[in-house]
Design a protein around this ligand. Structure first.
Ligand code: KG4
Ligand code: ZN
Length: 374
């Protein structure tokens, strides 16, 4: 028998290789106010190819209420999900039969929305007879840097979004140590609340950043909560209150005052993020070792001033910084599909009885945060 053509070699090795190179997973995301679906393919060299990434943002439906209304979100997901999944499959040029698995975010998030995406994912997996993967939305944010940049474990993750603010040691798929969390508001939530206070439209984060461009960050002195504390926890409510009191004292506010307040708030947030990340890095060294990178995820990571602050911090600390493109920092289906691939290739598949989880901490050993959001 010629070498390489023995029974076992021919049957098992090439098949495994082909399977890994072509692994394609559909991912569905409905935990908050984005209805999203995407198909991602595992690259032979590591990392992933995004074959499609379709997002329907419900912002316009929630804007009149100044925040996400759970009932409106759930209904909007029901109405949008079929079309979004169909577009994702069409743009990828695939049939359901071509997939290797179906992944859906099963939490944490708004229960009505989670149920819509999870039920859709389970149904498609059942009908197409494919493995099903129930994805933790936070894990999907945490692993996005491996989709875009094939980052090796372990790494330090700063997750900053509207619902979450955490510093996490990512040691492997399903292996997380939470180093810090917020004791009250998430950073995105603080951006949104401060923006609302200053009369800016919803969602406040991007509007506040825009208003701050012409502002003077040194005009108003604002606190840097938790500064210098050895733990890596955040607290944003004192900063938010300080902005409110400053705005009340300076009222009536001119557009220039608003710009200066926005810039001062944003500057304080950048300082807080850098200080807390510094504390987390020390904890990482003590508990895990040397991180391969500092990875940033979540909607707030779209902020350019925060991005450059982190760039300065990373180069000062000799750390590689991985900042996925803004479209992959905010909620999307590609991160769910990618997490599906990461789990599927380790054989981590789920049963169709998997229940939606409004709360689902990444580090199950960590105490629940005081605001209950993690
Ligand atoms: O990750 P994401 O899309 O949704 C979740 O919360 O899971 O994050 C949305 C949050 C909102 O609070 C939004 O105001 C904030 O990210 N955000 C920003 C910016 N873009 C989005 N905050 C500050 N500056 C931005 N440019
Ligand atoms: Zn998110």
């Amino acid at each position: 028998m010629r070498p390489g053509f023995g029974g076992e070699y021919r049957v098992s090795r090439p098949r495994e290789k082909v399977y890994k190179r072509c692994m394609r997973v559909l991912g569905i995301e409905t935990t908050c106010d984005e209805t999203a679906a995407a198909v991602v393919e595992l690259k032979a060299t590591g990392g992933g190819n995004i074959l499609s990434n379709v997002i329907y943002s419900q912002i316009a439906e929630h804007a009149p209420y100044g925040g996400v209304v759970p009932e409106i979100a759930a209904r909007a997901h029901v109405e949008a999900i079929d079309g979004i999944v169909r577009s994702a499959m069409e743009q990828a040029g695939l049939w359901f039969n071509d997939l290797d698995g179906v992944a859906a975010a099963a939490g944490p998030g708004l229960i009505g929305g989670v149920m819509v995406g999870l039920t859709t994912g389970k149904t498609l997996a059942l009908v197409a007879d494919k493995p099903f993967i129930a994805v933790n939305h936070l894990e999907a944010h945490a692993l996005t840097a491996r989709l875009t940049d094939a980052v090796e474990f372990p790494y330090l993750l700063l997750l900053v979004s509207g619902g979450h603010t955490q510093l996490i040691a990512v040691k492997g798929v399903g292996d997380y140590v939470r180093l810090g969390t917020t004791l009250d508001d998430a950073i995105g939530e603080a951006f949104d609340k401060v923006a609302k206070m200053l009369g800016l439209p919803y969602p406040g984060g991007p509007h506040l950043e825009r208003a701050a461009v012409t502002g003077d960050p040194a005009r108003f002195e604002l606190p840097r909560p938790m500064h210098g504390r050895p733990n890596a926890d955040f607290s944003l409510s004192g900063l938010k209150t300080a902005v409110r009191l400053t705005a009340e004292r300076a009222a009536p506010l001119t557009p220039g005052d608003v710009a200066d307040l926005c810039a001062s708030f944003q500057g304080a947030v950048v300082d807080v993020i850098m200080d807390r990340t510094r504390a987390a890095l020390k904890m990482f060294h003590a508990q895990v070792g040397e991180p391969c990178a500092l990875v940033v995820a979540g909607g707030v990571a779209a902020n350019n001033v925060i991005r450059s602050g982190l760039q300065r911090f990373a180069s000062g600390s000799g750390l590689k910084l991985v900042l996925p493109p803004p479209a992959l920092c905010t909620d999307n289906g590609a991160m769910i599909a990618w997490t599906g691939i990461e789990r599927l290739r380790l054989g981590m598949v789920d049963d169709l009885s998997f229940a939606p989880r409004p709360r689902w901490p990444l580090d199950t050993k960590a105490q629940r945060s005081l605001n209950g959001k993690a």
